[in-house]
Design a protein around this ligand. Structure first.
Ligand SMILES: Nc1ncnc2c1ncn2[C@@H]1O[C@H](COP(=O)(O)OP(=O)(O)OP(=O)(O)O)[C@@H](O)[C@H]1O
Ligand SMILES: [Mg+2]
Length: 270
């Protein structure tokens, strides 16, 4: 679905934000991009719908070179929910904000109404439909940004730091939405620092540092590589820190979830 071939990206001020990125994402995968501030995660995401074009190398989306097509046409396939949700807003009401892209894609009016209605309900924003997007709380703005994208149902949904500003209930809801969208066949790409959130999803993880991919593997492998996580300014999930301490003390339960650890410790204390 998505291929990066030796992609380099240099910002106009000369800063090299991507330094030879090679990457393949299959249709239907859930992938998390992780790494320190400034690692290049957002820059990479912006290549998915052609907002940024590679300085050298190439990006293919469904076989199409992003340099040979438009952002508008790529956006039908790849919807990006930005880190700063406000960047996406300009309409006077939330209803119009969600309807805007659907109008652009020339959906008939009855379909637009149905889809906007569904998205408002799904993201629990119905009561705000006639309110200005700018008056929402930080967490609600994130939900609106996601509602805008889900309404036009792109094959690939990219989420840039989706949990920032979300309370625990909304985080759990976010996980459900991600799973649900994935079950419907959508490819999901999440950029995040939130190791606990990512540990719950257990996706393939692509770890980035200073414009390069430093590790690409299953969550179980990447999130337990404590030295590597530290190099990328990430703390391991708490459960991983705990298991690794216990391991050091010689009490490592085979299956390390909170339940198993508690049972093992209780057994030893007896
Ligand atoms: N418009 C720009 N002009 C110049 N440099 C930029 C620009 N946007 C980003 N950068 C730089 O490119 C690097 C990568 O930025 P990017 O936003 O992709 O990082 P990130 O991994 O998403 O970080 P964060 O975790 O903070 O969101 C950073 O060093 C940043 O300062
Ligand atoms: Mg970013």
């Amino acid at each position: 679905m998505i291929v990066f071939e030796n992609v380099e990206y240099v910002y106009p001020n000369g800063f090299k934000a991507l330094r030879g990125v090679n990457l393949e994402i299959e249709s239907g995968e859930i992938v998390a991009l992780m790494g320190e501030n400034g690692a290049g995660k957002t820059t990479l995401l912006k290549h998915l719908n052609g907002l940024l074009k590679p300085f050298s190398g190439r990006v293919l989306v469904d076989g199409v070179d992003t340099r040979r097509t438009t952002v508008a046409s790529l956006s039908r396939k790849v919807g990006i929910v930005f880190q700063n949700a406000e960047e996406m807003f300009f309409s006077p009401t939330i209803y119009e904000e969600i309807a805007f892209a659907l109008n652009n894609f020339r959906y008939p009016e009855d379909v637009i109404q149905k889809r906007v209605g569904w998205a408002l309900k799904f993201m629990e924003l119905e009561e705000y439909r006639d309110k200005s997007p700018f008056l929402l709380s930080g967490g609600e703005k994130k939900r609106l940004a996601l509602a805008i994208i889900l309404a036009w149902s792109p094959e690939v949904v990219a989420l840039d730091e989706p949990t920032v500003g979300q309370d625990i209930l909304q985080k759990e809801k976010m996980i459900q939405i991600i799973r649900q969208a994935n079950q419907q066949g959508k490819t999901i790409i999440i950029s995040s620092h939130d190791v606990e959130f990512i540990a719950d999803i257990k996706p393939r993880i692509i770890l980035m540092s200073k414009g390069r991919i430093v590790k690409d593997g299953p969550a179980e492998e990447v999130l337990t590589d404590i030295p590597l996580l530290q190099e990328c300014s990430l703390l391991p999930p708490q459960i991983v820190s705990l298991t690794s301490r216990l391991d050091f003390l010689g009490i490592r339960p085979k299956l390390a979830g909170p339940e198993e650890i508690a049972v093992e410790i209780a057994r030893r204390l007896k």
